[in-house]
Design a protein around this ligand. Sequence first.
Ligand SMILES: [Zn+2]
Length: 103
Amino acid sequence: MSKAYMSIQEAMQYCKAHTVFLVHTDNGPDLWTNGRKMPMPLRRAIFKHREQLATMMQAGDKQLCPARDLHFLHWCWNGEREVCELCEQVEDSMTAQDNHRSA
Ligand SMILES: [Zn+2]
């Protein structure tokens, strides 16, 4: 891949094909890769488009769900807004991992 970074659509397609998904971090959206190495154009794309991706995540965009086929079937209220339960579980597991790391 010769391009410096992927477009959002390319990044989404890559994530879907490789079962990678985006999570919220203190620094904005980041890839949850389960320890796998991701190509630099993908990483750059996430960084470059992070504001748009953050907006998509806030809006509950189906393309960013870890279980896209089930997205919109599992809505719950998290105290602030309606969220997809599956998307929310990813964030919860991330938070838990962070807690383990810093403990
Ligand atoms: Zn979802």
